[in-house]
Design a protein around this ligand. Sequence first.
Ligand code: CP3
Length: 352
Amino acid sequence: MMKPLKNNRFIQALARKPVDATPIWLMRQAGRYLPEYRELRASAGDFLALCKNPKLACEVTMQPIRRFELDAAILFSDILTIPDAMGLGLHFVKDEGPRFHKKIDSKIAVDELSVPDMRESLSYVYEAIECIQVELAGEVPLIGFSGSPWTLATYMVEGQASKDFRHIKRFLYQEPEAMHQLLDKLAISVTEYLYQQILSGVHAVQIFDTWGGILSTPIYQEFSLNYMSKIIRGLHEKLGQSCVPIIIFTKNGHQWLELMLESSADCVGVDWSISMENVKKRVAGRVAIQGNLDPAILYADNTTIEKAVVELLDQFGEAPGHIFNLGHGMLRDVDPEKVDFLVKTVHKHSQS
Ligand code: CP3
């Protein structure tokens, strides 16, 4: 049984119920912009060592919660833990990002790819969740997450981050069946992974579809959204009433807002390339909305930040169902003082 939460704004807003102030959390709220994170990472060796040690992952999750008046914590981990568990050999190259020793670049490689037992192979994640729940002691809710099958596949096929995504696009257009087979394996894994996170106690989950926005509309529907919908259906089937709220976030995907509503997600995340006014009008209260401040605004002075916050809150208006967030992850060299100012400003200007 879950303990009642002391600060329930985030969960209330996800259910589109009234709140005393707009809840705020920030994608990548834990990470390099915090000196205490850099210190812990240096002592652990590297980023993956932090992710794979439940105590350290717990500590990193708590760092922004101790500093700022955030309304939710997010599990410290990475979306690439799934392909890592599948045996692709994840490692990070300094200043360049993730790399895999093994790429999924043929139908044979897809055939050979095994779906590991998510409970066993990612047990360090669930242990971290349990540790975080103890540390949080019901102060704020905890968000679990996964990558979308499409976004995970981009890294698995490209073998690293990409600018033009030509390997995965070639694979998709030359071998659509094998692509579907890969996405199916990933959807099964993600469903089981999120299910285990929920059983371990997270209060909501977010599916990060960072690279859905590089696709055309029919391809987005068939190869990205379709699999996120499958995961949501799977979680609803497994958990029924005890399923937690599900947020989907396709970076650069606002053109498909109406399609996303058909996925049965409880909340849709949007980036800053669309105005909140436009999102609000199109969603028309059917789901909660998360977003959508440009993360780079945290480089500006406080007056500029405050003006942008007020504008965004005004555009959303009085109705319930807004979760304040950045439109993408926190940039690595932001001044933590600016984050503190942002969080306080959102609460100050949205207090009812
Ligand atoms: O939001 C949080 O605070 C939770 C932690 C979190 C991380 N990654 C930590 C991280 C979450 C939710 C993610 C998700 C993630 N990981 C995504 C989807 C969201 C997005 O940002 O688009 C993606 C695409 C990844 C894959 C990934 N991990 C990349 C491409 C990189 C390198 C790029 C970069 O920013 O350096 C990472 C590394 C990573 N994941 C870091 C952190 C804090 C930086 C690691 C470090 O140098 O310490």
